[in-house]
Each structure stands twice: as C-alpha cells, then as structure tokens.
Write a protein that binds this ligand. Structure first.
Ligand SMILES: Cc1ncc(COP(=O)(O)O)c(C=O)c1O
Length: 419
C-alpha cells in the first residue's frame, strides 16, 4: 500500500489534490501516478538483473491502457500477452514483436494465425496448439508452458500452477513436447510456468523453479537441447492490507536465480509481473452519492461498483479506502462502501472505520491499477469510466469516459421487430 501525502486535509496524488482531479474529470475515475509505474518496474527489473540477465515481460492483462504501455515501453519492459487484442495494443504502443511473448490458453487456430502473422513469439500451452502452429509457421520462435504442479495465489480462482488446472503441458509429458517440436521443425528457446497470482512469499516460486530446472536438465540430457531462458511467470503479490508484508524481492530473486545459474545453462531469467508493476500506481476515486443508515449497517453509497472494480465482489479482495477530502480526520463510524449495481455482492469495502461520510465526499480506493479497469464491465448498462495519468503535478486524460450511445452502437434490432 502506497503512502499518500495531504495538504489542508486533502489527499494528494502525484502532487495533485484528488478533489481537483474529481472537479475536472468527474467520477468514477482511475488515477495513475506515472512515477509509481516507473519505480515499480525498476525495482523488479533491478532485483533480478543484478543477479543474472533478466527480462521483464509485463503481464499486460493487469492493465492495457495505451499510455501505461508507452511508459513501460520507454522503461525497456517486454510484454506477456494473452490475446490478439493485447498483442495489437502493445504493437500500437510501440513494442516490437520480439519484445512480446504470447501465452494463450485454449487458443483458436484463427488467433494462432493472427499472432503468427505479427511474428510474435508463442509460448505453447498444449500439444494441439503445437501441432496446429506447425501447420501455420514452424519458423516462429516458441517456448512451452509447463504445469509445474506447484500452485499458489490469493484466491482459488487464480491458482494456475496446480495439477488440476487447465493450464500448461503436464509435467511428465513436457520433454515429449520439446522432442515433437524439434521433429516438426521448431527450435524451442525457453521453458515457462506461472503458479498463480497474489503470492506474498518466495517459497512457491522457488519450488516451481526447482521443477523448471529439473525439466531443463532432462531436456538437455535426453534431447541435447539447450534452452536460452527460464520464465518463472508472474504472480508477485502486493500488500493490499495495511498489515500485509511486501514481497522481499531480493529474497525471491536470489532464491530463483541461484537455482537457475547453478542448475542450467540458461542465459536469461524472464519474470512476468502484472500486479506488482501497476497495482499500487493507481487509485479509483468515487463520489459518495447516498448515505444510508440501517439497523445493521451504515452504507456509503458511491458511484463506482463491481462494474468499475470487480475484485472485492469477485474474489472477496480487500482494498484499502480513505475519504480523500477528509484525509486527516479520525474515524468516527463504520461503513460498507457499496456501489450502484443491483446485486447484494456489489461492494468495494466492508466494515471500514472512516470519518463521518456525507454525500459529495470523495472515496479513494487504493491499489486499483491491476485488474481494475481491465476487469471492468458494462453490467447494468453502465459506461466505462475515465482514466487519467498524473505526472509531477500535471494531469492528462488517458481514456475518455464511454457514453450511453457507445453501449448501443454495436447492437442491431432486426427490422421485423420495428414494425
Ligand atoms: C501467464 C501469466 N503470466 C503472468 C501473469 C501475471 O500475474 P500477476 O499480475 O499476478 O503478476 C498472469 C496472470 O494471470 C498469467 O496468467
């Protein structure tokens, strides 16, 4: 959780008063601090690169805003993309194809063809994908995603490395996959796994790396194939709760790079953080529109809901909240912060001690940069909100708010229904 300054009881974001941003851009609005994105990227890159040559593939599913992709392109980041849409966004933001790696799951042949046409390296998830890609273009750089049978994460829905999940090639068939790839004319260059998301400790990453190292050794021994990189995936957690501990990046980097350096001839480690880079760079500002006191609870009703930020409703995730225009005031009451969506599960925060809240107050939801906008929806026919970028006291609009008209643009009423 990032610490924010205040002036005259007003929360500051990147040197700008939250209330000033709200006055100009309205709410709900996602606000990203450019310096935070850059410093998070540098922290993770340096932790690994000082130990062995490292490549950071920013997992852009966390946040694909083009301005944010531009910032990371400038920093020298590379990309983990999971769809042709993400690939196209990253190309638009200036990434060259060799700086993108496509890791899909249940990939259609049409999507494989589209990614291959862009000359983007493909990290293969199944034998079926391998065989279909061989018919499209065996000259493409490839690697494989293995299911390491090591899973971890903040919620069962985000554990991807466990044996029972849909992801990756089973561990006991992975050497066979490399052998088949070579036979089909490919020259595989790396091995990848992703254990899950929101992992706060180094241990599961170390365990998964042990599996990767042992597979690399088998591939070298049985096939005489030396791979260039080991990719440990993403999933580095952040402290959403004030009492959470931040991941010890040095311990993580030391644990995994020492195994790779001692056990393989790989030249490079690849890490795919999404959340770590973008989550705490961004807050969601939302206005209190209705305050309701019931026998059981006080509700602060706001204009952002599960349509704007789904994590609390979907995963039961904790996001810290504060009243941005009463930033220095002590807590006076306990509130659930709830949105305008017609679901009882529509909440942003539960049972939070806050200063007394009134209509017109601005609630700041912390750590909203990862899987915030990117998982937003139009549920209840609510348009997507604006996004702005704050940089050393200036604010730029980086996504316009959708309109009600936008929501209807692609719909068609058959003429027979208009009679
Ligand atoms: C293959 C892969 N890499 C990286 C990530 C990024 O995870 P995180 O944002 O938790 O770092 C994901 C998330 O789902 C993923 O599926």
């Amino acid at each position: 959780m990032r610490k924010f300054e205040s002036v005259d009881g007003q929360m500051l974001i990147g040197g700008v008063r939250a209330t000033e941003i709200v006055k100009k851009y309205g709410t709900p609005v996602y606000v990203t601090d450019e310096d935070a994105v850059r410093s998070n990227y540098r922290a993770v890159f340096n932790a690994f690169d000082k130990r062995m040559p490292a490549r950071i593939n920013y997992a852009c599913k966390a946040n694909t805003n083009l301005a944010i992709l531009r910032i990371l392109e400038q920093e020298g980041s590379c990309i983990d993309a999971v769809s042709i849409g993400e690939v196209e966004a990253c190309l638009r933001a200036g990434f060259t194809p060799d700086r993108i790696m496509y890791t899909g799951v249940n990939v259609s042949t049409a999507e494989l063809k589209a990614v291959a046409a862009r000359r983007v390296p493909i990290n293969i998830d199944s034998f079926s994908e391998l065989e279909r890609l061989a018919m499209i273009d065996p000259s493409l750089p490839i690697s494989f995603r293995v299911n390491p049978e090591v899973g971890a994460g903040h919620h069962e829905k985000v554990v991807t490395g466990a044996r029972s999940t849909k992801f990756g090639i089973p561990k006991d068939r992975i050497v066979e996959a490399y052998a088949e790839a070579v036979q089909l004319g490919f020259r595989p260059s790396g091995l990848h796994c992703h254990i899950g998301a929101g992992v706060q400790v180094a241990d599961p990453f170390v365990k998964a790396t042990e599996v990767l190292v042992s597979i690399m050794q088998s591939i070298e021994k049985e096939l005489g194939l030396r791979l260039d990189f080991v990719d440990i995936g993403g999933g580095i957690g952040i402290p959403y709760h004030p009492e959470d501990h931040a991941m010890d990046l040095d311990a993580l980097a030391e644990g995994v790079t020492s195994l790779i350096k001692n056990g393989t001839s790989a030249k490079r480690i690849v890490v795919e953080p999404g959340r770590y880079i973008i989550a705490d760079s961004t807050v969601l500002l939302t206005t209190v529109v209705d305050v309701k006191e019931t026998p059981d609870k006080n509700f602060a009703g706001v204009d952002a809901g599960m349509n704007t930020l789904v994590r609390p409703a979907f995963y039961g995730s904790f996001h810290h909240v504060a009243v941005a225009n009463k930033f220095d005031r002590p807590a006076e009451a306990t509130y659930d912060v709830v949105g305008p969506i017609c679901e009882s599960g529509d909440h942003l925060a539960k049972e939070r001690a806050l200063p007394r809240v009134e209509e017109g107050d601005v609630i700041c939801v912390y750590d909203a940069g990862a899987y915030g906008f990117s998982m937003a929806s139009n549920y209840n026919m609510r348009p997507f909100p604006r996004e702005v970028l704050v940089h050393k006291g200036t604010v730029n609009l980086i996504r316009e708010r959708e309109t009600i008209e936008d929501l209807m643009r692609n719909q068609r009423i058959p003429s027979r229904l208009m009679l």
